[in-house]
Write a protein that binds this ligand. Structure first.
Ligand SMILES: Cc1ncc(COP(=O)(O)O)c(C=O)c1O
Length: 436
């Protein structure tokens, strides 16, 4: 059965004619019959072209922390863009957002960009410029954006392409990536203290940066083992390596100060995007004064025509103000916790081995085992087919997580207790149907 109603199908047919696969980002393509066309969103809901309503847990892959079309954000943007959108000069709204980011996250200085990918690749350049080194470490299953340097051993890899665990291969995520640049990246298994320690003991002096998603936001929200982030911090200090927390998913979502606050570990640089603008295109990277001041006109580059555009910064200014003044994170955590507990109980009642991973604001579900997963390879051995079947049954019932279990369930401030109850009822029905 197709996910598309009649009107949705008609428009998608037209999309296929003009846009490769009908989507403007490959991750959105679910097949010619199962890719949706969305008419509008409001609060925790989205509606497709046939007016089918969904409770939205994809939330655009995470950015919608408050809710769709959140009135206070929309109004701030409307008002701001009346006065123009881009001037190639600094605006007071940029200053206000930078001040808020510094206060909330504890970074000394911050630069604003447009997308998470722009934030991560500028962080990489600055780490390289600061250290005078070229290689960097990332972890298997971690995704840092559509930048060639990072696109090895991401969550799109198959286990057979990752190579031996203690000698991982740099598996490219796409054709078109020069083979030579795989030399710059070391992909290590997440949560493995020993492999990290050994690798850095051997090559630490050549490594500019360790990039880490502090929890696996692109692999079902798998959590760091106690002490793992602290270990990375210690080793980065030992070898003079820049520690970069990629907080594109965790920033302004798991705490106002993101993963640095939640886990109590300070990075040297951190990248932000998604929840920063509640769905408007804005991102940022920031960190320690000394490292950020590596940026020097004529010497170490950061730039972008649209960086700090008024729509993005106005959205961020309103979003951060709400995050600082209203119980957003507390509410998101309460709703997310109720979902995690409820889903766990339902799966137990149906005797399906499972682990509900992550944090309430972005959690994942792994089926097929009761053991806490610790790395990407373990996710790949979970029952992904059963998860997808349950996901598709949920979507048929108007509840929309991603059918791909790597993508966490995201929770927004607008989600009500009634929405949670409706979701859990549908979850029980979806499990029954999938088991059949
Ligand atoms: C952790 C992480 N870093 C970077 C990115 C790239 O962000 P963008 O899609 O805004 O370029 C993503 C996107 O999902 C992400 O999850």
């Amino acid at each position: 059965m197709s996910m598309q109603g009649k009107k949705t199908h008609e428009i998608f047919e037209k999309a296929l004619k003009y846009i490769p696969h009908g989507v403007n980002s490959n991750f959105r393509y679910w097949g010619d019959d199962d890719t949706l066309v969305i008419k509008r969103g409001q609060g925790a809901y989205i509606w497709d072209m046939d007016d089918k309503r969904y409770i939205d847990y994809r939330l655009a892959f995470g950015p919608i922390i408050l809710g769709h079309a959140y009135p206070a954000v929309t109004e701030r943007v409307q008002q701001a863009i009346e006065g123009g959108t881009l001037f190639a000069w600094t605006t007071p709204l940029e200053v206000s957002v930078a001040e808020r980011i510094c206060r909330m996250t504890g970074v000394d200085k911050v630069r604003i960009t447009n997308t998470g990918s722009e934030a991560t690749f500028h962080a990489l350049r600055i780490a390289r410029a600061y250290t005078g080194r070229e290689k960097f470490v990332k972890f298997e299953g971690q995704y840092h954006g559509m930048i060639d340097y990072f696109m090895f051993g991401t969550a799109s890899s198959k286990e057979s392409n990752l190579g031996p665990r203690d000698d991982p291969r740099s598996d490219p995520m796409s054709l078109g990536i020069p083979k030579g640049i795989s030399e710059y990246v070391l992909n290590l298994p997440f949560n493995d203290f020993e492999i990290l320690e050994k690798t850095l003991a051997k090559q630490g002096e050549e490594i500019a940066a360790v990039f880490v998603e502090p929890m696996l936001g692109n692999v079902a929200s798998i959590m760091p083992k106690p002490g793992f982030l602290e270990k990375i911090r210690e080793l980065c200090d030992r070898y003079g390596i820049v520690l970069v927390f990629d907080e594109v998913k965790t920033g302004f979502r798991i705490a106002n100060g993101g993963a640095q606050e939640h886990f109590g570990v300070r990075a040297d640089l951190a990248t932000y995007a998604k929840s920063l603008g509640n769905g408007f295109p804005i991102a940022a990277f920031g960190g320690k004064e000394e490292i950020m001041m590596t940026i020097q006109p004529g010497k170490t580059a950061h730039g972008g025509t649209y960086s700090g555009n008024t729509a993005g910064v106005a959205a961020a200014d309103a979003t951060l103000e709400i995050l600082e003044n209203e119980p957003v994170i507390e509410t998101v955590n309460a709703r997310g916790r109720a979902l995690m507990d409820g889903i766990g109980e339902i799966l137990s009642e149906h005797s399906i081995p499972h682990v509900v991973t992550g944090l309430p604001a972005m959690f994942g579900i792994l089926l097929g085992s009761d053991e806490e997963p610790r790395e990407f390879r373990e996710y790949l051995r979970s029952d992904m087919d059963l998860y997808e079947e349950i996901g598709m049954e949920l979507i048929a019932r108007g509840i929309q997580p991603d059918a791909d279990g790597r993508e966490p369930w995201f929770v927004c401030y607008a989600l009500s207790e009634e929405d949670v109850a409706e979701t859990l009822t549908a979850f029980n029905d979806a499990v029954k149907a999938a088991k059949k």
